[in-house]
Design a protein around this ligand. Structure first.
Ligand SMILES: NC(=O)c1ccc[n+]([C@@H]2O[C@H](COP(=O)([O-])OP(=O)(O)OC[C@H]3O[C@@H](n4cnc5c(N)ncnc54)[C@H](O)[C@@H]3O)[C@@H](O)[C@H]2O)c1
Length: 248
């Protein structure tokens, strides 16, 4: 019960990495508020989790994460209902694969609005109450391409470099206030996001990983659990790579 009595908000918690993280947090005793892009998806995911974890409090909500006003209102409602937010996981994100010559401003804005601006909105909405209590954990989902870059995906890797930058900066600024800020950078992980990529493309990638497989959502969820827990109480400003790769 590593997260007993903790209240966690997980954006993009309706499927994939966010859903697996919700499951892991619930197993360890947390109350979980998950967000999804639609109310229906949020409700469905929350209901599925309630069936599995009947003794936990679970809420599904769907604020437009790119709208600061709406995010503040939504987090305010969560704070009013649950009393506090101990852990925020900024996980909602979209990727894309477009040659740079075809890249549009619209696509650029779409990726940056969710992958970067939403992290800013959600984090800013929860930070005042964390500062007041002198504790809190902010976690975000980065990506291995936030270290390496990625052909055909201009804004996506840029957005993950931004997540890393925000993580490192906030860790320095908020550490003295008792708040830890870290990110997890997954490698290729088997979720809906990757389902569009053909098997013949994924198979050689898996073969090139020293651990000889692609990531599973649970691999990333376990890293989030560790960073959210007291076991990581002396860890901040870390981008934890969970990608099966060996680095120098
Ligand atoms: N799957 C991978 O290989 C991989 C690798 C590195 C990083 N990531 C990152 O992991 C995070 C989760 O990705 P995933 O693979 O679980 O993807 P996914 O597509 O399975 O899930 C994405 C989640 O984000 C939410 N979301 C999508 N668009 C939204 C919007 N406009 N507003 C609000 N919520 C929205 C969805 O509701 C969903 O819960 C993302 O930040 C992604 O960039 C994934």
């Amino acid at each position: 019960m590593r997260l007993k009595n903790k209240v966690a908000v997980i954006t993009g918690g309706s499927r994939g990495i966010g859903y697996a993280t919700a499951e892991r947090f619930l197993e360890e005793g947390a109350t979980v508020i998950l967000t999804a892009s639609t109310g229906e998806n949020a409700q469905k995911a929350a209901e599925k989790l309630r069936q599995k974890y009947p003794n936990r409090e679970i809420l599904g909500i769907s604020p437009d994460l790119t709208n600061g006003e709406e995010v503040r209102r939504s987090m305010g409602e969560v704070l009013a209902r649950f009393g506090r937010i101990d852990i925020l996981v900024n996980n909602a994100g979209i990727s894309e694969s477009t040659a740079f010559t075809d890249y549009t401003e619209e696509l650029y804005d779409k990726v940056m609005d969710l992958n970067v601006k939403a992290v800013y909105h959600a984090t800013q909405a929860v930070i005042p109450s964390m500062i007041q209590r002198g504790e809190g954990v902010i976690l975000s989902t980065s990506s291995m391409v936030g270290l390496t870059g990625q052909p055909k995906g201009f804004a996506y890797p840029a957005s993950k470099f931004a997540v890393n930058g925000m993580t490192l900066s906030l860790a320095r600024e908020l550490g003295p206030k008792g708040i830890r800020v870290n990110a997890v950078a997954p490698g290729i992980t088997e979720t809906d996001m990757m389902r569009a990529v053909p098997r013949e493309v994924l198979a050689p990638l898996a073969a090139s990983v020293p651990l000889k497989r692609l990531g599973r959502p649970e691999d990333i969820a376990n890293a989030f659990l560790f960073l959210a827990s007291e076991e990581a109480s002396y860890i901040t400003g870390v981008i934890l790579h969970v990608d099966g790769l060996a680095r120098t």
